[in-house]
Design a protein. Structure first.
Length: 306
């Protein structure tokens, strides 16, 4: 199944971001620490240029602590980027973000014109909660689902920082379907877009290998199955997620498995590494080049022979 989700309000928000980017001094991009590559907006990477950026690896308490640091180092290879692991339960840390913005501009006097900062992120990444903590008051609507913020707003923060909040946006096409599935697994894509079973199979296939010990401990598994389907059936049997006749209810156990991942019950799990990112980027480039070559051949043919 090929995943795409780009509702109309995201198209509008993307146009607004394009217009706003040249006007801001700094961009904060809120990433999901469990998928720092897949939750980066490719539009921002193309348009930001040398504008400084703060990358916030949010929900870091749900992500692999070792990989949090590895990803911070990877992101900061770009000298215009500073990256931090954060989570909404550490309000004291979040309140430091305005100062992190000011640190980029040590020569800017506090009483001069405000530092213009744009904050952006994928849907359901926790951006609105971070904004409320930074502002020390409830400003942004929050919710445990994708696409809660649907309009742009400006927020004054301590230290003469003016924050431009933008709606959570994805991109019109996912060239990397692995990234699309990771976003679906974490809730960045609305749950009704992708079947629970498809998401659970994708997640199970990865964690069975990368986080085998956590799966064995959480679900008391003596012998790890070789296939995602068999793992979910085994968990379903243990949990009593059964239909009439004793068959495992795959939809029910898939939803349970996804929820236990999303809430950190299984353990601290990160779904991608910098090396995986490099391999997948190379594969995407190869596929896009092949597609472009095929399209060039098609266009070169006489109209009547197409």
């Amino acid at each position: 199944m090929s995943i795409n989700w780009f509702p109309g309000h995201m198209h509008k928000a993307q146009k607004e971001i394009r217009l706003l980017l040249p006007e801001v001094d700094l961009v904060i991009e809120v990433l999901d620490a469990r998928l720092p590559y897949s939750s980066q907006n490719p539009l921002l990477q193309k348009l930001r240029g040398q504008t400084p950026s703060i990358k916030l690896l949010n929900k870091s308490d749900l992500a692999d602590d070792v990989l949090n640091q590895i990803w911070i180092e990877e992101l900061q290879k770009d000298k215009t980027v500073k990256a931090y692991a954060v989570n909404s339960s550490d309000a004291g840390l979040i309140k430091q973000i305005p100062q992190w913005c000011l640190d980029w501009f040590p020569m800017r006097e506090v009483n001069k014109k405000p530092i213009q900062v744009m904050i952006m992120g994928i849907p359901n990444v926790g951006k609105s909660t971070l904004i409320n903590l930074m502002a020390e008051r409830v400003i942004a609507k929050t919710g445990n689902e994708a696409a809660v913020t649907k309009r742009q707003q400006r927020i004054k923060l301590p230290g003469n920082v003016l924050l431009h909040d933008t709606p959570g946006v994805l991109w019109p096409r996912f060239d990397n379907q692995n990234s699309a599935y990771r976003l679906a697994v974490t809730g960045g894509i609305k749950d009704n877009i992708v079947e629970a079973e498809d998401k659970a199979f994708f997640l199970a296939e990865y964690v069975m290998v990368a986080y085998k010990a956590a799966i064995v401990e959480r679900y008391n598994i003596d012998v790890m199955p070789s296939e995602p389907y068999d793992l979910l059936v085994k968990i379903g049997q243990q949990r009593g997620a059964l239909r009439t006749g004793g068959r495992v209810d795959l939809t029910r156990i898939s939803s349970l498995f996804l929820n236990e991942f999303r809430t950190g019950v299984i353990g601290r799990i990160t779904l991608e590494t910098p090396e995986m990112m490099r391999v997948e980027l190379e594969e995407v480039d190869r596929l896009l080049a092949a597609k472009a070559a095929k399209e060039a051949v098609r266009k070169a043919q006489p109209k009547g022979s197409r």
